[in-house]
Design a protein around this ligand. Structure first.
Ligand code: HEC
Length: 331
């Protein structure tokens, strides 16, 4: 073991281990041990198992009529989506009928609940795919820009139905643990409920998410963002970014101190560093020079040390956190 003393910092270098990126991490309610692991990207897709949270009567009385109605300047959803090849497939109306039978509506309900995320219209294909791109919709829909804005009354009705599923939401019916997957090439973070293997939230606005971690009380999610070289701070409940904290270089993985007061981010850009973010002021408090490109970083279970791995130099650097905290110009 080699002891490097750098400007009063106690830094040790020991044998190396690093893992592939990006990250999957599990958040569990406080009191339940949480764990984090680096892994190759894995993306679960939404399943219908959360359909119990959706209100069938609201669907039948308010949502289905939107699929059937003539909306000025647009072909009806039904005109194209009664085609059996569509993923969003609607039952064929009985001869001469203007609405579906109860049994058919149940089948439509089964299909449509697969295209929505409980409580989260912005993560629901049904709402995003036919929405104009300028209003936050997908780039292309063969059926055109069915909704020009998110204020379209029909869009709002669909959104109300999706939002109302939040109260009964999977959040409550699940065990309280969620799997966070950073989709590095996809530019999103998916939140998966393991009880149903469904995506219950999608965090957007991070082009190259890499590492992920949580505040000890679970109120915040921290994501290292390679594209902008920032730490994204996210409100966990809402799934929205509250701050982007500029880093000293391009980040890889990150960790958080046991007391939740500091987030430590491995900086890959040479000369290599560990950036320390104060979670109260949400600013970069310190850059600890490591002199090697940092990929992974962990805090030991006793909270005394941080261990930062470097792929290129095949080494791990141990930082004495207690010394750090006492340093006069430190924190
Ligand atoms: C002119 C035909 C047409 C109309 C009208 C239309 N769509 Fe589509 N829609 C398509 C086609 C074709 C696809 C598959 C290709 C694509 O993604 O654009 C599609 C795809 C979708 C998808 C993705 C799932 C799937 O089936 O591939 C959703 C959700 C969707 N449409 C919703 C709607 C809604 C809601 C309406 C009415 C407000 C609507 N569409 C109106 C033709 C149409």
């Amino acid at each position: 073991m080699l002891n490097l003393r750098k400007g009063g910092l106690a830094v040790f270098v020991i044998a190396a281990m690093t893992g592939p990126c990006p990250s999957i991490s599990v958040w569990a309610k406080p009191g339940t041990p949480s764990q984090s692991a680096n892994s190759t990207q894995s993306q679960e897709t939404a399943s219908a198992s959360s359909k119990d949270n959706f209100d069938f009567n609201f669907f039948k009385s308010k949502v289905e009529p939107i699929f059937l109605k003539e909306r000025p300047g647009h072909a009806r959803c039904y005109a194209c989506h009664s085609d059996p090849n569509r993923v969003f497939h609607l039952e064929r109306l009985p001869e001469g009928a203007t609405e579906w039978t109860e049994e058919q509506s149940r089948r439509n309900f089964q299909t449509v609940t697969r295209l929505v995320a409980p409580g989260d219209p912005r993560s629901s294909l049904l709402l995003i795919h036919p929405l104009a791109p300028e209003a936050g919709g997908d780039a292309f829909h063969s059926g055109g820009r069915q909704f020009e804005t998110q204020n379209d009354p029909d869009w709002l009705t669909l959104a109300e139905w999706v939002r109302s599923a939040r109260t009964a939401s999977s959040r409550k019916s699940h065990t309280g643990s969620f799997i966070y997957v950073t989709n590095s090439a996809g530019g999103t973070v998916d939140v998966v409920a393991p009880a149903t293997n469904s995506v219950i939230q999608v965090i957007r606005g991070i082009e190259l998410p890499h590492g992920i971690n949580f505040s000890p009380d679970g109120s915040r999610v921290y994501v290292s963002d390679e594209s902008e070289s920032v730490l994204d701070v996210i409100d966990r409940e809402r799934g929205e970014i509250i701050k982007k904290v500029s880093l000293s270089g391009r980040p890889n993985n990150l960790t958080i101190t046991r007391d939740g007061r500091r987030v430590l981010v491995g900086i890959r850009t040479l000369p290599g560093a560990v950036d320390v973010i104060d979670t109260t002021s949400l600013t970069l408090a310190k850059t600890i020079p490591i002199n090697r490109s940092i990929h992974n970083i962990y805090v030991t279970p006793d909270g005394k040390y941080a261990v930062a791995g470097s792929i290129e130099s095949k080494s791990a650097t141990v930082i004495d956190l207690q010394t750090q905290w006492r340093a006069p110009h430190g924190f």
